[in-house]
Design a protein around this ligand. Structure first.
Ligand SMILES: *Cc1c(COP(=O)(O)O)cnc(C)c1O
Length: 230
């Protein structure tokens, strides 16, 4: 399958799924996760009008941002605090802010750059010890602290639920993220509380995520195929 054809299939599937649950497909952004795929694959996707990409590894991500200035990149990998300067500089959004220390480090560098940055809070919605992310219980408090960091624009929440074989379990995690987002919006903790972004859903579960209110789906394999081994 070609990248072009895969993108066409996913767009159709987004429209179908959105329509089936009464949502406007225009409110669902497709983030094409290009990690470990070459620049040529990104250029191929751009031929099909895909301009939004997700990257996980800092060095690789920065290289691609510089090589392809016409595309937008969201950073979706774990960020060590000593990489905050790089993260502050290059991305249109950082989806993986999961602790106050990182938020403060980003803010410090953004001030020097006179730049504002859209961010999401990465939430460890299942309290999975193997996953990064702020615990759901402490997410509101983190957002409260971020109110004092004006270079950061918290747009919403991102999650990767624990692996589950039962789709209803996955659905339940997505629902919990949506409710957490709604609760924080009610307390005016986001930059735009009438338009909260929920980044959830990957190749195998994005349809469920859309049904549960996702506004950003992060799809890699279903667009670019299996990732080359490092
Ligand atoms: C790799 C990755 C994805 C994409 O996963 P696929 O299963 O290839 O669609 C989405 N989100 C994050 C955070 C990832 O690391």
């Amino acid at each position: 399958m070609s990248i072009l054809k895969n993108l066409e299939n996913i767009r159709n599937s987004i429209t179908e799924t959105a329509n089936s649950c009464g949502r406007d497909p225009a409110n669902i952004k497709l983030l094409a996760v290009s990690k470990r795929h070459p620049v040529t694959s990104i250029l191929e996707a751009m031929e099909a009008e895909q301009f939004l990409f997700g990257e996980n590894y800092m060095q690789e991500a920065v290289k691609k941002c510089k090589a392809i200035p016409d595309a937008s990149f969201h950073f979706i990998g774990h960020i060590q605090s000593n990489k905050a300067k790089t993260a502050a500089e290059h991305f249109s959004m950082v989806e993986t802010v999961d602790r106050l220390k990182l938020a403060k480090a980003l803010h410090k560098h953004l001030e020097k750059l006179s730049r504002k940055l859209d961010i999401l809070i990465q939430v460890n919605i299942g309290n999975d010890p193997k996953k990064y992310g702020m615990s759901p219980d402490n997410t509101e408090a983190l957002l409260q602290e971020i109110q004092a960091l004006p270079q950061l624009r918290p747009r919403g929440l991102m999650t990767m639920p624990p692996f589950a074989t039962d789709p209803d379990e996955t659905r339940n995690y997505f629902r919990q993220l949506r409710l957490l987002g709604a609760n924080c919006a009610e307390k005016n903790l986001f930059f735009d509380n009438s338009k909260v972004e929920l980044s959830m859903g990957m190749s195998h579960d994005y349809r469920i995520a859309i049904e549960e209110g996702s506004t950003i789906i992060r799809v890699g394999t279903a667009i670019f195929g299996e990732r080359p081994i490092k």
